[in-house]
Design a protein around this ligand. Structure first.
Ligand code: 0O2
Length: 215
């Protein structure tokens, strides 16, 4: 595999300055760490989801999805960012290898979820992007957090980055379709289509605000 071969040029990997070394042939072991961190976050968010459902009879979170970024996508992102293709830059510069997406019914729920996540003492927030208050030029709306998650491996605590995206069902509908149009079709998005997508994002935002006001 191209990515793996390139990364293998580096002999050892130092994680977050901790006394942990991973031999270069163990790309899978690195992915195991991301996967372990993702499971830690997923469990906590599922407990939060159930807490609101069973204790307060409220659907704060509709559903959760998780994914580990595919090697090809990691490599493409590294190339796009013009990074050195090695483990160190992968760990330091690519923050969304492990990703969890939290889908809420209402816009206000997003901020509740974000505040609750921030209150977990074990998660350290490294980066925060509020594309809810200020959507991207494309029309994309979502709240992003990059957190450091402690994972206990071989008796040592190491910290692994996980990206959390929080958005409403309506925002997720838009983002999924837009992502498919952008990445799955070979067509370059025309100016007309970009404008239409921005219009749709505005309609979705209007609907989200209206729905929030009704509840
Ligand atoms: P994929 O295939 O979904 O994983 P930075 O963190 O500043 O170095 P980055 O990673 O581009 O740069 O940050 P940003 O803008 O927060 O975007 C991270 C992710 O948000 C993207 O990951 C997408 O999942 C999502 N995203 C951002 N902008 C858009 C958009 O315009 N449309 C859609 N549909 N999703 C978006 P990837 O790796 O680009 O893609």
């Amino acid at each position: 595999m191209e990515l793996e071969n390139s990364l293998l040029k580096q002999d050892t990997l130092h994680l977050e300055g901790k006394d942990v070394e991973i031999k270069s042939e163990t790309f899978e072991k690195l992915m195991f760490l991301y996967s372990a961190a993702l499971k830690e976050v997923e469990t906590k968010i599922n407990i939060l989801k159930d807490e609101f459902k069973y204790l307060y009879n409220y659907t704060l979170i509709d559903h959760i999805t998780t994914r580990i970024k595919k090697p090809e996508s990691i490599l493409n992102k590294m190339k796009k960012k013009q990074l050195y293709i090695n483990y160190q830059s992968l760990i330091e510069e690519i923050s969304d290898i492990a990703g969890i997406r939290i889908i809420c019914p209402l816009k206000d729920d997003i901020f509740s979820v974000i505040n609750l996540i921030k209150s977990y003492p074990e998660f350290k927030v490294l980066k925060e992007k509020d594309y809810i208050t200020r959507p991207k030029k494309s029309g994309y709306s979502s709240y992003h957090l990059i957190i450091d998650v402690p994972v206990n491996v071989a008796g040592k605590m190491i910290y692994v980055k996980v990206e959390i995206q929080v958005r409403t069902m309506a925002m997720d509908f838009w983002a999924s379709l837009e992502h498919d149009i952008k990445y799955k079709t070979d067509k370059k998005i025309s100016k007309k289509m970009s404008k239409e997508l921005i219009e749709c994002a505005k309609l979705i935002n209007k609907m989200d605000v209206q729905m929030s006001n009704m509840v």
